[in-house]
Design a protein around this ligand. Structure first.
Ligand SMILES: C[S@@+](CC[C@H](N)C(=O)[O-])C[C@H]1O[C@@H](n2cnc3c(N)ncnc32)[C@H](O)[C@@H]1O
Length: 284
């Protein structure tokens, strides 16, 4: 067995353990259920900024955020997620776009669907080959009813349903993107800087003592004037959690609320916030 096959075999073993464990016990770990679609208005958040030809580092999750950055013209969209299984789902979405020309896999709970897709795939990069091996093992190991277990249930928004899949595939094929399986609340060094970092709402789950590590990871991976984009799914931007976060970041970043006028309810929603990197003067 070669190296890639043994990684795929190990990841299937860990997926099986996740299936056996009580629902929710693996939340935000290396082997966790994957969001099938986003549950935040990342299309609106991203559209408030000029990301054309920019470099981006985004949480992967369902892949919707990355796809939205391509739709809005970003040039390079690198990915990170604490959950390793997200990259396998991202490739499934890419293959689905190639074969069916639509954005979301429709018949995901049907193993015949997987067989049809895998017949069609001709993997090239390291991660794509690994994803191919993973899904092949997946369909031979698990029954159709288990496929359902792969996803976390939530309140989903299919933001990219009407997107032109050809355009997205073209952008993806021109981009030599990377995936980093990492915890954003622990120190890391990607030796690369970005114009935008999209963190979704992951900071909602950061313990106060890790906020400075989170801040340093953001600061060290942003270009001059670079911007962090985050979604707000928790309600008030003035709740204790966000005030504590702003206090930890304010010397390094300029905070701005992202709001949206919701025509249906005739009210303004705080859908997210941004942090723009400041120039820090060194104190000698
Ligand atoms: C914060 S979750 C919530 C879903 C999100 N609102 C969306 O629409 O996709 C998004 C992704 O963040 C990842 N995540 C959570 N905490 C993380 C961390 N500390 N470091 C890296 N990724 C993390 C999860 O694995 C998940 O795939």
């Amino acid at each position: 067995m070669n190296k890639l096959e043994s990684i795929a075999k190990y990841d299937i073993k860990k997926t099986d353990e996740m299936f056996q464990a009580p629902y929710g016990s693996s939340k935000f770990t290396t082997y966790d259920r994957v969001y099938s679609e986003t549950n935040e208005p990342c299309d609106i958040i991203i559209s408030k900024f000029d990301v054309k030809d920019k470099s981006v580092l985004t949480v992967l999750g369902s892949g919707d955020q990355a796809i939205q950055f391509y739709v809005n013209g970003a040039k390079n969209v690198d990915l990170f997620d604490i959950n390793k299984l997200t990259i396998y789902y991202y490739y499934l979405r890419i293959w689905h776009m190639k074969k069916y020309g639509t954005m979301y896999p429709e018949d995901i709970f049907n193993s015949n669907y997987f067989k049809e897709i895998l017949k069609y795939v001709n993997p090239s990069s390291y991660n794509e080959k690994l994803a191919y091996l993973y899904w092949n093992r997946f369909i031979s190991k698990f029954d159709s009813d288990k496929l359902n277990n792969f996803f976390s249930n939530s309140f989903y928004r299919k933001i990219n349903e009407d997107v032109n899949s050809e355009l997205v595939l073209k952008k993806i094929s021109e981009d030599d993107f990377s995936f980093h399986n990492l915890d954003f609340t622990l120190p890391f060094d990607l030796s690369k800087k970005y114009d935008f970092i999209y963190t979704s709402n992951l900071s909602d789950y950061i313990k106060d003592e890790r906020l400075k590590i989170y801040r340093d990871n953001l600061y060290n991976h942003l270009n001059k004037g670079g911007i962090v984009l985050s979604s707000n799914l928790s309600g008030s931007i003035n709740c204790h959690k966000y005030v504590t976060q702003r206090r930890a970041l304010r010397r390094y970043f300029k905070f701005r609320n992202i709001s949206y006028f919701n025509k249906e309810f005739m009210e303004v929603d705080d859908i997210g916030y941004s942090y723009k990197k400041r120039r820090i003067k060194r104190i000698i």
